[in-house]
Design a protein around this ligand. Structure first.
Ligand SMILES: [Zn+2]
Length: 88
């Protein structure tokens, strides 16, 4: 399965109380600006930290947060176990 990632587009940014926000369509996590910034500045920041529009043959998801994007890229990633230490 090939995965295509593109920058998130401005239509997927909404604005509440002058503070733009973006919501992941996978885990539904919302990230909102802490202060009033322009929609385009927020969009640029979101794309900068890894928010993406993800497409494949099977699906097309408009807004995906950085952690979900990495899950898509590593579908068989195993959980990381803390190092077990024998107490002596
Ligand atoms: Zn997510």
């Amino acid at each position: 399965m090939s995965l295509l990632t593109k920058p998130v587009s401005a239509e997927h940014i909404s604005v509440h109380n002058n503070r733009p926000l973006i919501q992941c369509n996978c885990c539904l996590r919302i990230e909102q600006a802490q202060q009033a910034v322009t929609k385009s500045a927020w969009l640029q920041a979101a794309n900068h930290i890894g928010w993406r529009h993800v497409q494949s043959e099977a699906f097309d998801i408009d807004v995906v947060c950085p952690s979900c994007v990495s899950d898509f890229n590593n579908p068989i990633r195993k959980p990381i176990k803390p190092i077990e230490r024998a107490s002596i």
